[in-house]
Design a protein around this ligand. Structure first.
Ligand code: FES
Length: 103
């Protein structure tokens, strides 16, 4: 099922926004290169939100504010511990100004 989660103007480049889809907390990333990605918003190390305070996004890397784990927002892969488990990723599509996430 495809769900509209935001419009382009809602997330600045280099920022991360939390969107809620049902019970899922999803992090929506708008990269400096003007690409969009979506992963689970909850760090797999402990329970911290990757979107906290606009998130920490550099290139395709997001950093958890709690203990510094890093993940690739394109694949959800852990790039730096202490997290060891990859993030769930969501397929994302853009139609005009609207951002949709597949759940
Ligand atoms: S909760 Fe994210 S690094 Fe610990």
């Amino acid at each position: 099922m495809k769900v509209k989660v935001a419009t382009k103007g809602e997330v600045e480049k280099g920022k991360v926004k939390q969107v809620k889809i049902g019970d899922d907390l999803v992090a929506l990333y708008h990269t400096d290169s003007d690409e969009w990605f979506a992963t689970a918003d909850i760090c797999t190390h402990e329970y911290c939100e990757l979107s906290y305070d606009g998130g920490k996004l550099e290139g395709y890397e997001t950093e958890c504010d709690c203990h510094g784990s890093k993940f690739d927002v394109r694949t959800g892969k852990v790039l730096l511990p202490p997290a060891v488990e990859d993030l769930k990723t969501y397929s994302l599509t853009i139609e005009g100004d609207d951002i949709f996430v597949e759940i």
